[in-house]
Design a protein around this ligand. Structure first.
Ligand code: ADP
Ligand code: MG
Length: 251
């Protein structure tokens, strides 16, 4: 089957120190892929490298069988909230309009169509009523929904979300997960960095399990095995008897 993301022998370092090495996998379209692993495993670095935001030591990345520079418009990114300066003065609707920038020529202005797409995106995440608020005045869950709306407004094919559920309320988490599932049903492919093992099986179709190298990649039930998880989490995984539920202890 055709892959939408193909990574071969990818190695990435910061100042000579390896973030991860020799990662290879291939992902088919229209699924939600969870990227899981302990802190410092290289999850954020991996998605940044795939999106062409990092220089790489070696390896190859193909998206829709093309190099990243040819398909940039098709890729939307929701960075980890903690990495964004939320004190900058921007209205909710302006943040979402940023998702339209790849479609607006550098000499141009947003058109009627762009405003309509922004409106629809805000309605999908139920933030339209708060469109005139400053982004910094929202709760964590509301901010996350606005960043998802920005990604929706881009009308991309491939989405990368870094820890979208970190530090947000359960209502926003459920709403975002519902939206991600809808997007997948409409043919989109989503990569979600996630650290909570308890949800990993119900949220994702496939999993990429990392710990500075690839531990396992494939269908969630093939990856979500005690052996694999113990390799990733240094043995600190507890299994509940009579179930396939695992949790990390003392991470
Ligand atoms: P994760 O997202 O799984 O927590 P990261 O991709 O952030 O992991 O980090 C992988 C490794 O790279 C870690 O050892 C981390 O300390 C290191 N690292 C991440 N970002 C930087 C950076 N900007 N400069 C130097 N080292 C970094
Ligand atoms: Mg990270």
């Amino acid at each position: 089957m055709n892959s939408i993301v193909e990574v071969s022998n990818l190695t990435v370092s910061y100042d000579g120190k390896r973030a991860f090495e020799d990662i290879s996998f291939s992902i088919t379209p229209q699924q939600i892929v969870g990227i899981i692993g302990p802190n410092g495993a290289g999850k954020s670095t991996l998605i940044k490298a795939i999106m062409g935001l990092m220089s790489i030591d070696c390896g190859q990345i193909k998206i829709m069988n093309k190099p990243i520079v040819k398909v940039r418009k098709e890729i939307a990114y929701v960075p980890q909230r903690s990495s964004i300066d939320l004190d900058f003065p921007a209205l909710v609707e302006d943040v979402v309009m940023m998702g339209r920038y790849p479609h607006i020529s550098w000499w141009g202005f947003p058109r009627k169509k762009d405003y309509k797409i922004v409106e629809n995106s805000l309605k999908q995440v139920k933030m339209y009523d708060l469109r005139k608020r400053q982004i910094g005045q929202l709760s964590g869950g509301q901010q996350q929904r606005v960043f998802l709306a920005r990604a929706l407004a881009q009308e991309a094919e491939l989405f990368f979300l870094d820890e979208p559920f970190a530090g947000i309320d359960i209502t926003s988490e459920n709403m975002i997960m519902g939206l991600l599932k809808n997007m997948c049903n409409q043919g989109k492919t989503l990569f979600v960095v996630h650290h909570d093992l308890s949800k990993a099986e119900s949220y994702f179709d496939s999993l990429i399990l990392l710990k500075n190298k690839l531990i396992a990649c494939g269908k969630r039930e093939d990856v979500f095995k005690l052996d694999n998880l113990r390799q990733a989490y240094d043995g600190k995984v507890a299994a509940f008897s009579n179930s396939e539920e695992y949790m990390v202890v003392n991470q």
